[in-house]
Write a protein that binds this ligand. Structure first.
Ligand code: AFD
Ligand code: MN
Ligand code: MN
Length: 424
């Protein structure tokens, strides 16, 4: 299904005067409303092709009705999101879960929906049906060179798909590691992984980036070969200027200071991008901003500060992606909420009075510094987001319109109530 322009206009018409009242009030209180709105319009967040159906846990999967059963339908879903919020203009593809049958046709279909291809993702954490060698004991780190080669070849194939689709980065997330002490020689595992990554790196087109994603634990529970930002940074540094660290918010040990990690990676020019999600315990993959929105804001505070210090383009110089899983909510509503939460944190970070904060820091005025941050965090910036949507032709209230138009019901009537998404 497609949402028509008139449907958006009708919805916006009903809400317009209320929105304008709120926007006016907020604009009177903050100095840079127009500038922030411009930045919000440009800021796009990629939707992962694996997040449009129900994720499930290792205990079960309760699939929802009308899930996309093909890559075409997944692109249709992301197109719906982008029509509603004009903020999800990119797809992050997972190979082999979502192999395009025709690169040309998929690229054209995405373009029809106003979508580009962000980072492509490889998968050497599962064995595929017709796969020759198993990844049970790792992929790029494996003791057997033939397994390593198979994993290298897969990553190079993923780059080829990405090239054909107009993507310019690959995210490598490895489940490699060990479950028990003694199982692995850490140094050899690191070195084998590095050598394998070097071969993949050598296959990168000149304008491409490689994102090395880390994760503290799971599926391996004793050691992960790319277990934290230090290990990822080490790989990225040894690989060269096209390799960067990717921060998935759910991949840290509890209470890690993610904003400090972000700040230092940016300082070193080694921050590649994000997988946004939220969590309370581990890799929970919950809706962004649903558990700890203050942390998200503090991350964006460091991002805006650090990107400006390096003269970076906020919207294009880092990879902004969601990596979430949906068990109890409609994936499309959940993704709309995630995108909104990311942009709220970004807008609040743009509100921070940098000169004042710097002055407070240089004077050891701790209370003042906290006041400045929390003043921004406690500002309801939603009218700015709504205005950015209005200006770009999207809906003032995306979820409300999603429900008013009975989008899910229509998808069920097109796809059936038993359709199960490909992938996880
Ligand atoms: C993993 C990682 C990684 C991967 C994804 C697959 O976060 O980004 O691509 O899940 O679902 O936990
Ligand atoms: Mn991730
Ligand atoms: Mn994860």
């Amino acid at each position: 299904m497609r949402i028509q322009k008139q449907e958006i206009e009708k919805h916006n018409g009903k809400l317009l005067s209320r929105h304008q009242r709120k926007l006016k009030q907020l604009s009177n209180e903050i100095p840079n409303a127009q500038k922030i709105i411009r930045k919000l319009i440009d800021f796009q967040i990629a939707i992962p092709s694996w997040a449009l159906g129900t994720g499930g846990t290792r205990f079960g999967r309760f699939s929802g009705p009308g899930e996309p059963g093909s890559l075409e339908q997944k692109i249709e879903d992301i197109g719906l999101l982008h029509t509603l919020n004009k903020s999800s203009g990119a797809v992050s593809l997972h190979i082999p879960w979502d192999i395009p049958t025709s690169n040309r046709k998929i690229k054209a279909l995405a373009a029809e929906h106003g979508l580009k291809f962000d980072a492509v993702n490889s998968n050497t954490f599962q064995d595929q049906p017709r796969q020759k060698l198993s990844y049970k004991f790792g992929s790029l780190q494996h003791v057997n060179a033939k397994v390593r080669q198979q994993a290298i070849d897969h990553n190079i194939e993923v780059i080829k798909y990405g090239k054909a689709l107009g993507s310019n980065s690959i995210t490598v997330w490895l489940s490699d590691g060990s479950c028990f002490p003694g199982q692995l020689n850490f140094r050899k595992a690191f070195q084998r992984t590095l050598e394998s990554l070097e071969e993949i790196y050598a296959a990168l087109p000149s304008n491409w980036k490689m994102f090395v994603e880390y994760k503290a634990f799971e599926p391996n529970f004793y050691s992960m070969t790319v277990g934290d930002w230090g290990q990822s940074y080490l790989f990225a540094s040894k690989l060269g200027p096209k390799a960067y660290t990717l921060v998935d918010l759910g991949h840290h040990l509890p209470n890690a200071n993610i904003e400090q990690i972000v700040s230092l990676l940016l300082m070193e020019g080694k921050l590649g991008g994000f997988h946004f999600n939220d969590s309370k315990y581990g890799d929970d993959d919950l809706t962004v901003g649903s558990i700890n929105p203050y942390q998200l804001f503090l991350i964006f505070n460091e991002l805006v500060e650090g990107m400006d210090a390096r003269n970076m383009n906020h919207s294009t110089d880092l990879g902004w992606m969601i990596d979430a899983s949906h068990n109890v909510k409609d994936p499309l509503e959940d993704l709309l909420q995630s995108v909104e939460a990311i942009k709220i944190a970004y807008a609040q970070a743009l509100l921070i009075d940098r000169r004042e904060l710097n002055r407070a820091q240089e004077n050891n005025d701790v209370a003042r510094a906290q006041e400045i941050l929390q003043q921004a965090y406690r500002t309801d910036v939603r009218p700015l987001l709504a205005e950015a949507r209005l200006k770009s032709g999207a809906a003032l209230q995306p979820i409300q319109l999603f429900r008013e138009l009975n989008v899910r019901k229509q998808l069920v009537s097109e796809r059936g109530s038993k359709a199960v998404a490909t992938g996880l």
